[in-house]
Design a protein. Structure first.
Length: 121
């Protein structure tokens, strides 16, 4: 995966599980698998060293890019597909704006998701 990104490729993340569909869990597994494969920490990070931005980007904007659809970010002209997170959920207790992404990627499950919006509905 590291070589793909280094050469300008796009890595996206998705799930086809029929037992438990959880993008939060998929993000954790992606990071964990790469850590085991490379035998080091901090391998799934963006150019600024953010693991959360890398993982969330892989699940959103990179997924849309790989599928060739206008989605993956909140922007005029893009599909309004997004998840609403319950910021009052106990699993997010103590998370700050700076740590919220990492808290979601590393320590939360689907119970923090209040709603999923697809095509604005």
């Amino acid at each position: 995966m590291h070589r793909i990104v280094k050469q300008g490729g796009c890595v996206s993340l998705g799930t086809d599980s029929n037992a438990r569909i959880s993008m939060l869990e998929e993000m954790r597994w992606m990071e964990y698998a790469q850590r085991l494969h490379r035998e080091e920490r901090g391998v799934c990070v963006d150019g600024f060293g953010s693991m959360a931005n890398y993982l969330i980007g892989s699940a959103t904007k990179n997924g849309a890019r790989c599928l060739g659809i206008p989605a993956g970010c909140i922007e005029v002209g893009k599909l309004a597909d997004f998840t609403v997170v319950d910021l009052t959920h106990a699993q997010l207790s103590g998370a700050t704006p700076e740590t919220l992404g990492a808290t979601l990627c590393c320590g939360a499950d689907n119970s923090v998701i209040a709603k999923t919006i697809v095509s604005g509905k």
